[in-house]
Unconditional design. Structure first.
Length: 265
């Protein structure tokens, strides 16, 4: 079973242009995130899916410096780009991890992919997002290539093309889904924002990296970040004004879409 982790990245972010190239510990944010994805123990191929726009030549350079392949495609149809990257890398199983998650814990990646491997004969989609419980910015979604291909062929709504996987998780009557909840039993998804869309998010991430990142220990854990925030509430406050924000919650509220469920045989 060939697992391919696809990280979507482009410079033309609408809220914070160029965010994936902003520096964290003297390297672009995307580079630091790729280091964390590569630190996962699950054997996988990692590929960056960027656009054909000339501005995204810089994304290709970052991927190359990290030792990661890069596939270029449609600027705004992320479903098409994700599928093209998975096919180009000969995936049996495609994983989606957004490029704006530079604090993602490699252990969380292993847990979600491992859950898919355990239940592969009876699931079509495994994630830790429906409903979310981990701190925001630990997003992992896993699906066999055939399911991703179905979405690629049939999805028509703009949000289905832009956000890659809604065609799947909005159809629990069609696809067998499983959600991985944070083993702590806690739900920090709307209170702990570890992703980046705003300048305040960048200040938060930069402060975390300044406090925890070292050359001797570049990969720190989710638990390390939580311990830091307990000791340094001033860091947690840097982007607290944006806690709970995100297209996913807005979409669920507007469409009254169910937030997920357990394994269905």
């Amino acid at each position: 079973m060939r697992i391919v982790v696809v990280v979507q990245a482009r410079t033309a972010s609408t809220r914070l242009p160029g965010k994936v190239l902003m520096p964290l510990a003297q390297r672009p944010l995307l580079r630091r995130m790729l280091e964390r994805v590569l630190a996962a123990r699950t054997p996988s191929d990692v590929v960056v899916a960027t656009t054909v726009d000339r501005d995204d030549d810089a994304i290709v350079d970052v991927a190359r410096a990290a030792g990661v392949a890069c596939v270029r495609g449609h600027p705004t149809d992320l479903l098409d780009r994700h599928y093209a990257a998975a096919v180009a890398r000969r995936a049996d199983v495609a994983v989606k991890i957004p490029s704006d998650c530079p604090l993602i814990d490699p252990g969380v990646i292993d847990r979600v992919i491992g859950d898919y491997e355990t239940h592969a004969d009876r699931v079509d989609f495994v994630s830790n997002l429906h409903p979310a419980t981990y701190p925001d910015g630990n997003d992992v979604e896993v699906m066999p290539l055939g399911v991703l291909e179905t979405a690629w062929r049939e999805a028509a709504a703009p949000h289905e093309r832009e956000h890659t996987t809604p065609f799947i998780w909005e159809r629990p009557d069609r696809f067998r889904m499983h959600n991985v909840a944070w083993e702590s039993g806690l739900d920090y998804s709307s209170t702990h924002r570890w992703t980046i869309d705003y300048a305040e998010d960048y200040r938060f991430l930069a402060a975390v990296y300044e406090a925890l990142w070292t050359e001797a220990r570049p990969i720190f854990s989710l638990t390390d970040v939580l311990s830091l925030l307990d000791a340094r509430p001033d860091i947690a406050a840097l982007n607290a004004c944006h806690a709970g924000k995100g297209w996913y919650r807005d979409h669920l509220a507007a469409a009254a879409v169910p937030a997920g469920g357990g394994i269905r045989a």
